[in-house]
Design a protein around this ligand. Structure first.
Ligand code: NDP
Length: 230
């Protein structure tokens, strides 16, 4: 049985990815920053007849990352798939030129430093081969037009894309594939009710990468199972 750990899996694309991977027979660890929400998410999946494990993990908190890695280590198992899904998009994220420095810092701490630190902390427990999936956004693409929306969030996803490429190169010799995914514009709390895409569709490419994609596929940015421009 393969193990998968998903950050920010209390709702949205993370929760749905957990559901789909558990249905495929993965041992799934859902993680989140709030114990109550984590338990609620577990209850939702258990009501579907799925077996799910939880791990408290606030990706913006160094102590929480270290504690989660220790808890995982104590299980004496290996991780096959790490999905760095947790992210924030703050309402006040409007203008890079004038927004408060704290907004940029919080966004970068959660969306960039978070996935990198979680990856570093869990790498000692990753299998060979294994796979890391960073949930990014087309908003971070350097080849898309700059859209004038949530600039700090977009910069954070550009940085996450760059981290993805660097880690893919560094971890190739350990046979750890590293990719980024744009899930599309998805109807979640973050995506909003006008988003055209279902949560099930948003989880499709991360689930494909985790369960079916060739191990040789590394260092790419995917949408709908196809590589897109960085
Ligand atoms: P949601 O806002 O619905 O869910 C985000 C999840 O991340 C929640 O579980 C939230 O937990 C968690 N989270 C936030 N901060 C932290 C933290 N510090 N530590 C741990 N967990 C945290 O977002 P989506 O499901 O829409 O987004 C999932 C991913 O997809 C994100 O990376 C997002 O950037 C990306 N994406 C989404 C798009 C969309 O249209 N929805 C488009 C492009 C990319 P809590 O419940 O505690 O808040």
């Amino acid at each position: 049985m393969k193990n998968a750990l998903i950050t920010g899996a209390t709702k949205g694309i993370g929760l749905e990815t957990a559901r789909q991977l558990a249905k495929k027979g993965f041992r799934v660890f859902i993680t989140g920053r709030n114990e109550d929400k984590l338990q609620q998410a577990k209850n939702i999946l258990q009501a579907d007849g799925l077996t799910i494990e939880t791990l408290l993990l606030d990706v913006s908190d160094e102590k929480s990352i270290t504690a989660a890695a220790h808890t995982f280590a104590a299980l004496h198992t290996k991780l096959d798939v790490l999905i760095n899904n947790a992210a924030i998009l703050l309402k006040a994220d409007n203008r890079l030129a004038t927004d408060a420095a704290a907004l940029f810092e919080e966004t970068m701490r959660t969306n960039v430093h978070g996935p990198l630190r979680v990856t570093q902390a869990l790498l000692p427990y990753m299998n060979t081969p294994a796979r890391i999936i960073n949930i990014s956004s087309a908003g971070g693409s350097m080849s898309e037009p700059v859209g004038g929306w949530s600039p700090a969030y977009c910069v954070s996803k550009t940085a996450l894309n760059s981290i993805t490429r660097q880690l893919a190169a560094e971890l190739a010799s350990r046979k750890i594939a590293v990719n980024a995914v744009h899930p599309g514009w998805v109807k979640t709390d973050m995506g909003g009710s006008s988003a055209p895409r279902s949560i099930e569709k948003g989880a499709e490419t991360p689930v494909w990468l985790a369960s079916a994609a060739a191990q040789e596929l590394t260092g790419s940015f995917f949408m709908d199972k196809k590589a897109m421009d960085w």
